[in-house]
Structure formats: C-alpha cells, structure tokens
Design a protein around this ligand. Structure first.
Ligand code: PMP
Length: 453
C-alpha cells in the first residue's frame, strides 16, 4: 500500500514538476530522480530505491547526509538571531572566519557570499582593487586554464575554460586568458613527465611576459582541475606557478570550491603542494551543502591595502544573504565535527582504499588513465589504449546507467570540448565505509564487464 501511495504521489509530483520547474542543465528533464531521504552516503528516491551517492551531490556533501548536529546548529541559530547584514557583524560569522583562517594556517580575512561563483567574483574584484590601491591600476587580466570550471556568472564563466559552457552567453567579462593545463596523460606540449622542464608551469612566465606583467592581476586555479576531467598536476607545478606569480607581482587565487574541506586528504587542496595562495575561494564543503554559503579568504597583507594608514577604503561589494548566521553556525559545526571525527585523515585513507580497490580497471581496454586526488577520482575512458582516442559518449552513458541500475551514482566531467567529455568521476561523502567501497568496486566491475558484451 505504501508503494501505491508513493506511485500516486510520484505521478502527481512529476506532473507539477513538468508544469513548473526549470531544471539546472536540461530545463525539461522529463523524468528526474525525486530524492526524498538521505543518510550517510546513501540517498533514497521516491520509489524507495537506495543509491550510494558516489558524487556527494555536486561534489559537496563532504561530511555525509543526515547529521542531526548540523540541523540543530542551524535551528538554534535561527531561533536566537536569524539575520543581520555583514556591513556590521555577528557571532557565527566571527567564529567561522576565525576557524577558516585556522584551517588555512595563516592570517587571512574572510568575506562571505553564497555560492562558489560569487566567491570567485569577489576574488576578481578584490584582486583588481588591490592593484589599484597598490598604484598599479593597469593590472586587470586574469589567467585561467583550459578545461577549468570556475562558475556560472559572467566573470567566473569567463574564467572557465570550457567552450561549450560559454557559447550562446557571450560576450562574457573581458580580460580572461587561458593556458594549457598540466595534463600529463595527454601533454599539451607533447612532452613526457620527468623529461619536460614543466612547460605547463613555465607557460605562465611566457604569457605574463608577453601580455605585459603590468596588465596581469592574478592567476586563478584549482589545486586539481575537478569538473574538467580530474587533472592532477605534478607536485612541482603549483610551487612553480607561485614562484612565477611572485616574480611578476601577480596574485595567486586558488579555487578550493571542490578541493577544500578535506576532499584532497588535507584541509585545503593547495596544502598538498606547500604553496601559500594570496586569495582562497571556497563553498560546497564549507557547510557540506546543508545550507548555501561561500567565502573568499584574503591574505592579511593584501587585505591591509584596503585599510592603508587607517583609511578604510571601500570595497564596493555587498550581498544580502552572504554569511547568513544559520549557515555560518552550521558551517562551524561542520568543521568542528570534521576535526573531532578526524574526517580529513579519513578522506585521505578512503581515497587510497578506493584507488586500490579499483586497480583492476587499469587492465580494461577502455580505461586509459585513472587519476585520484584525496577522495576524488577520475577514470578516463578511451576507445583504444594505444591511440588514446577518447571513448564515445555512449560508452560513458552505458557505464553510468549500469551503475545506476545497481544503486550507484557516479558522474562524468562536465561538457568540455566535443569528444573530450570522457572522464567518469567519483567523489563520495567521507561517511563512506569500507563496505561501501567494496560495493563501488563490485558495481564498477560489473558495469565495465558488460560494456563490450
Ligand atoms: N569553482 C569550482 C571549482 C566549482 O566546481 C564550482 C561548482 N561546481 C564553482 C566554482 C561554482 O560554484 P557554485 O555552483 O556554488 O556557484
């Protein structure tokens, strides 16, 4: 009977969904999954089917679903004080900014917004104004990378290096340049790692030099390109880029929207490479996606330029909801729980376990490369391992479908260049158990086994 009620409900809901909803990506998704419950790493749809969420939603439910403590933290804060703008201050934002600085391991000042895209927009505006303040108003350009994703707004989208996401919306914000990513499997410079002089990093020197150092405001990069195909750089890459930025007075903005908050096996992704960013942007995992919140953390020396000789120079940027007290209180509890339960170390261990359990895929004729960074992973599929011809989209669709049928949600890299959206992705919540990892491995084994049958 329960099932009957569910089916009736579902049909009625789907009808309303079709009549009123505009979905993200495909507006008229005729048969969306309606998820009604979620606990740990598992979600349940309206039909009662359970799925292991191998993508943590959109790489964001780091701590896992269903943590009562997070709901309580938000509830208590909403009762006590629901809102006040951050032109002034409130206790949850103060405490969270302190905790974020502590996690960054240095003195940073934290500006709160609501989404990763906004956090990046704030970073761009701060970078440009910093140079104004510093007597170099000509520095306005940003250098990003092909394949990168930095958000959906006109600046963050301009920083994005995937043509398909940008066509039809152009012109975007001017002043964004792109260089090739550190993609060793298909080196854009035709080199082999170990024998390459790190040209993917050297290219920044060349571009900044030829553009004119006086015209470049900042470089923006994720520690590992995530949505653009899980492109993990060699260990020397980020330090080299940092060095080149310093040489030319260019700021380094690190987008930790996905890599931050434990995903990389460290508190922040850049900590794996021993570099100190000038600006760090973050969202998703800061609340494990229970509520919207994002932040732009700015190194104190840079922030101080906005308070030269005690003159408080306006940063002409305000947003109504950024740093909402309930979101901040929840985020603080989220970070405290991650500390108490040693979730960062756990994410690192889970990443290694997953990589080991999936080692069998290296032998599959349609697997070209497996890349992992902490507890996120990309499986690059090819038609042919020798020619590295990218796998046709239907091969990835088959794997994703076969996994879903068996109760596992996995992802694929977002639209890149046609023919190059051939990377399956995994980024499970940190609540994932060894048993869950065995389940992921078993499902992927079956899915790949039936691929060429
Ligand atoms: N930067 C990166 C690296 C992202 O992956 C995303 C979102 N997937 C964003 C920025 C934008 O975040 P949001 O969707 O919250 O605007």
């Amino acid at each position: 009977q329960d099932q009957q009620i569910r089916t009736v409900d579902k049909e009625a809901l789907l009808e309303k969904d079709r009549a009123h909803m505009w979905h993200h990506m495909s507006p008229f998704n005729p048969n969306p999954m309606i998820v009604t419950e979620a606990s740990g790493s598992w979600v349940t749809d309206i039909d009662g089917n359970k799925y292991l969420d191998g993508m943590s939603g959109l790489w964001c439910v780091n701590i896992g679903y269903g943590r009562q403590e997070l709901a309580d933290a938000a509830y208590e804060q909403l009762k006590e004080m629901a809102y006040f703008p951050l032109t002034q201050s409130h206790v949850p934002a103060i405490k969270l900014s302190e905790k974020v600085s502590e996690w960054l391991g240095d003195e940073y000042r934290v500006f709160f917004s609501n989404s990763g895209s906004e956090a990046n927009e704030v970073a761009f505006k701060i970078a440009r104004q910093y140079h104004h303040q510093n007597g170099e108003p000509g520095r306005y350009k940003f250098i990003s990378r092909h394949r990168a994703y930095h958000g959906n707004t006109m600046g963050a989208l301009a920083a994005t290096g995937q043509s398909i996401r940008k066509q039809k919306y152009e012109p975007l914000a001017p002043g964004f340049l792109h260089v090739s990513p550190p993609y060793c499997y298909r080196c854009p410079f035709g080199k082999t790692y170990g024998n390459c002089n790190l040209e993917c990093a050297q290219v920044y020197d060349e571009v900044i030099n030829w553009e004119g150092a006086g015209s470049v405001a900042a470089v923006i990069m994720e520690p590992t390109i995530t949505g653009g195909g899980v492109i993990v750089p060699p260990p020397e890459y980020m330090p080299k880029v940092r060095e080149i930025c310093d040489k030319y007075g260019v700021l380094l903005i690190v987008d930790e929207v996905i890599c931050g908050f434990g995903r990389s096996g460290q508190k922040f992704g850049h900590q794996n490479f021993g570099v100190k960013p000038d600006i760090v942007t973050m969202a998703k995992g800061i609340t494990s996606a229970y509520l919207p919140l994002s932040a732009t953390a700015v190194r104190a020396e840079i922030a101080d330029k906005f308070n030269e000789q005690g003159v408080n120079l306006h940063f002409r940027h305000v947003n109504t909801f950024g740093g909402n007290p309930a979101a901040c209180a929840l985020a603080l509890k989220n970070l405290e729980l991650m500390e108490e339960e040693q979730m960062i170390e756990r994410a690192g261990r889970l990443g290694e376990e997953l990589r080991e359990k999936l080692a069998f895929l290296e032998e599959h004729p349609n697997v070209g490369d497996i890349r992992s960074f902490g507890f996120l992973m990309g499986i690059e599929m090819v038609e042919n391992r020798d020619t590295k011809e990218p796998a046709a989209p239907d091969k990835l669709a088959k794997i994703i479908g076969a996994c879903k049928k068996r109760g596992l949600i996995i992802g694929r890299n977002g639209d890149t260049v046609p023919g190059f959206n051939n990377v399956l992705t995994l980024s499970p919540p940190f609540s994932t158990t060894s048993e869950d990892i065995n389940f992921i491995a078993q499902v992927l084994r079956e899915a790949f086994d039936e691929l060429n049958q």
